[in-house]
Design a protein. Structure first.
Lengths: 242, 183
């Protein structure tokens, strides 16, 4: 059984509305480890194989072009808006990706190809842009979709997890009973920056006994070091925007 | 699908039984229709999307507009399946680019719905999607936004209708397709 999955390498772009007129690219081919299947004997072997494969691949990073051909089109469909919501922030606007039917479909397909057939029963999506990408993935892989929301939006009994903002704290909430102990989940959001929201989502699901297989985002802002906040939880992204 | 009893699709009852009604939310007297329990059942969620996709796939719809936030749960899967673009209609200050807005009335005061300039073009054929229609105020604002930029609103699609609130009358003559009534 095939346990090594096709992985989308990371592409680093700086996309601007204002000049310079074309983006500077840095192609990164960094392979994420494969997803371990639950208690399957060969998964350990294939994980080791892939690790050594990845190690040798890293040294070929600069020269190898192994990126999935769908990624550049997805990357170029994302609009970057300077100084939103406040000066100095380059906001990555995925609404333009949603206007490109092929790019949107390709984005979903890339995640579905990675997660289908891996025993994932829960796709959790963080309000509100996680609601756009999560459900199509959930539907395609036959998993349930669980919305993780800001306080007071969910009508039933909830559990909540606090997380830090630049100033103060916020909370995300999930319905009690939406997930069961032992379920395998992925968490979806459009973008990971500092990782505050995603790490809160991880903690919330782990508190009720769910195994987080991976967090998945369209975009990563690596300078914000969100990966570090996720600790042991793997992160899969399509586009890295430095 | 919108209330003809002789032709009720057998999938509809399965969807209806998954909707959880939560009394007195967000305030006393309101029987809140919770669709999150539909999303927990992969078959019921798939059936919901399939019912809309079957209806719209041959109607040359170029835009699916979804109303924040629960319209974001149903709109994108429909858009992907029928090959339409998805346009989020959002509360104020969420969309980062240049926007146009439409005001609508709440029980006390007003609110606004915003759309990005340039997302929808004149001549686009649009579907508006939300989880539920109550008074119709939000859907009416959505129709207005789309028509102002020259799109043709073909239909509004909701999972649930609360018919006693007469939201259908607020839709400027546009048809409404819903799957489940709650009285």
């Amino acid at each position: 059984m095939q346990t090594i999955i096709a992985l989308a390498p990371l592409v680093s772009h700086r996309l601007c509305l204002a000049p310079p007129p074309f983006p500077r690219h840095r192609l990164l081919c960094r392979r994420a480890p494969s997803i371990r299947l639950p208690s399957h004997r060969s998964s350990t072997t294939s994980f080791r194989l892939l690790s050594s494969f990845a190690a040798s691949r890293d040294s070929e990073m600069a020269t190898e072009d192994g990126q999935d051909p769908r990624i550049p089109k997805i990357a170029s469909s994302i609009r970057v808006i300077p100084d939103f919501p406040k000066p100095g922030i380059m906001f990555h606007d995925i609404t333009t990706l949603l206007l490109d039917t092929e790019a949107f479909k390709d984005t979903i397909d890339l995640f579905v190809e990675r997660y289908k057939g891996k025993g994932i029963s829960v796709v959790a999506g963080v309000e509100a842009r996680g609601f756009i990408f999560g459900p199509p993935i959930a539907l395609a892989i036959g998993a349930k979709f669980v919305p993780m929301r800001k306080p007071k939006k969910l009508p039933g009994k909830v559990i909540s997890e606090e997380y830090s903002l630049e100033y103060g704290t916020d909370k995300i909430e999930m319905h009690v009973g939406a997930v069961e102990p032992g379920e395998r989940a992925i968490i979806i959001d459009d973008l990971i920056a500092t990782g505050g929201t995603l790490s809160a989502a991880v903690r919330l699901l782990e508190r009720v006994g769910v195994k987080i297989v991976e967090c998945a985002c369209v975009i990563e802002l690596p300078e914000c070091k969100g990966r570090e906040k996720l600790g042991e939880t793997p992160l899969f992204i399509l586009i890295s925007s430095a | 699908m919108s209330g003809n009893k002789e032709e009720v699709d057998p999938r509809i009852n399965g969807i209806k039984t998954k909707i959880r009604v939560v009394p007195d939310f967000p305030k006393k007297g309101i029987m809140f229709q919770d669709i999150t329990t539909v999303l927990l059942d992969p078959k019921a969620f798939k059936d919901t999307i399939d019912l809309f996709v079957e209806r719209y796939r041959d109607k040359n719809i170029s835009v699916v507009a979804g109303i924040e936030a629960r319209g974001f749960l149903f709109g994108p899967p429909i858009a992907l399946a029928i090959g339409a673009k998805f346009v989020p209609l959002r509360k104020p200050k969420k969309l980062p680019g240049e926007t146009i807005f439409e005001e609508y009335e709440l029980e006390y005061g007003n609110d606004r719905l915003e759309m990005h300039v340039g997302a929808v073009e004149a001549g686009d054929r649009a579907l508006v999607v939300d989880d539920l229609i109550a008074t119709g105020g939000t859907l009416c604002a959505a129709i207005n936004l789309l028509e102002r930029v020259g799109a043709e609103v073909v239909e509004c699609a909701c999972v649930i209708e609360l018919p006693e609130l007469k939201g259908r009358q607020k839709l400027k003559g546009k048809p409404l397709c819903m799957l489940v009534e709650y009285r």
